[in-house]
Design a protein. Structure first.
Length: 279
């Protein structure tokens, strides 16, 4: 329970409703994103052709837009799907993967944010700083070491994300060792997870996809959805690591154990494992 938000209800409602989630994501993590949506209780569809995305989105309960591995065709598809989602009142989750890595990604993200109203924007700290300040990144799709959230700079990050949320009228989430979540008014910082999550491809993309699944069944409060998704992913990362310890498991085993943990999150009082650094 966070304030008056029962986060377990968000998870349970998603499992009961089985929302249809349209995800336009990247070819590197498309399978991971589809599987995590299924594990969270949703039903994924991964259409990305501009000729059909409006029809697919119109039937969905939520839309996830992931900027990883972009192309002109995919950006066009995202714009068409995003506008259709807005027209139908369908929540949109945006993951600006590597937005500061190239001019093309930055221009695509800017156009998407100008033409599509997002419900949640989730990225790593460098991606969110780029959106807030227009600063390019030299570290590809990974967060730069200087952008890690610490005790000393936490208030700076909270203020930056609050301002970004107000400007974009969306919940913003900077995920990492600490997940900073805000809607411009409410703020939550979670400190769950395990370092091995950074050793597998797609942990951030999967978080965004899970947010989409939860949004599809709980569109009334995207802030609570973001907190629940960050909490579940962090806790499942910890559970997955404990599961492979002593079994000689590495990153491959961890990846499988992580998806297993998400699919089993309904079991037990998982909220008791949340580690709040600020709320």
């Amino acid at each position: 329970m966070l304030g008056n938000m029962d986060l377990s209800v968000i998870v349970q409602r998603t499992l009961e409703k089985g929302p249809l989630i349209h995800a336009i994501t990247n070819s590197i993590t498309i399978n991971d994103c589809a599987n995590i949506i299924l594990a969270g209780g949703g039903r994924p569809t991964m259409a990305e052709s501009p000729e059909e995305v409006e029809e697919i989105t119109a039937c969905a309960d939520a839309l996830v837009l992931n900027l990883g591995n972009p192309s002109s065709s995919k950006v066009k598809a995202m714009l068409l799907a995003g506008k259709e989602a807005n027209h139908k009142g369908i929540p949109v989750v945006f993951d600006p993967v590597g937005v500061g890595a190239s001019r093309f990604r930055m221009e695509a993200a800017t156009e998407l944010l100008q033409q599509v109203q997002m419900s949640i924007i989730r990225g790593n700290t460098s991606e969110l700083r780029c959106l807030a300040q227009g600063r390019r990144s030299t570290n590809g799709v990974d967060a730069e070491k200087g952008d890690v959230v610490t005790d000393q700079n936490l208030s700076e990050w909270v203020n930056l994300l609050r301002e970004l949320s107000v400007r974009l009228r969306a919940v913003t989430v900077a995920s990492g060792e600490r997940d900073v979540i805000t809607d411009g008014s409410r703020v939550c910082v979670l400190q769950n997870g395990h370092p091995m999550m950074g050793k597998i491809t797609g942990s951030g993309c999967m978080l965004s996809a899970l947010m989409g699944a939860y949004c599809g069944a709980n569109s009334q409060d995207p802030f609570a959805v973001a907190v629940a998704a960050c909490g579940v992913v962090g806790i499942c990362g910890e559970r997955a690591y404990r599961r492979i310890q002593g079994q000689g498991g590495g990153t491959g085993s961890f990846r499988v154990a992580f998806v297993d943990a998400v699919s089993q999150i309904r079991e037990g009082n998982w909220e008791e494992e949340l580690n709040f650094a600020y709320n």
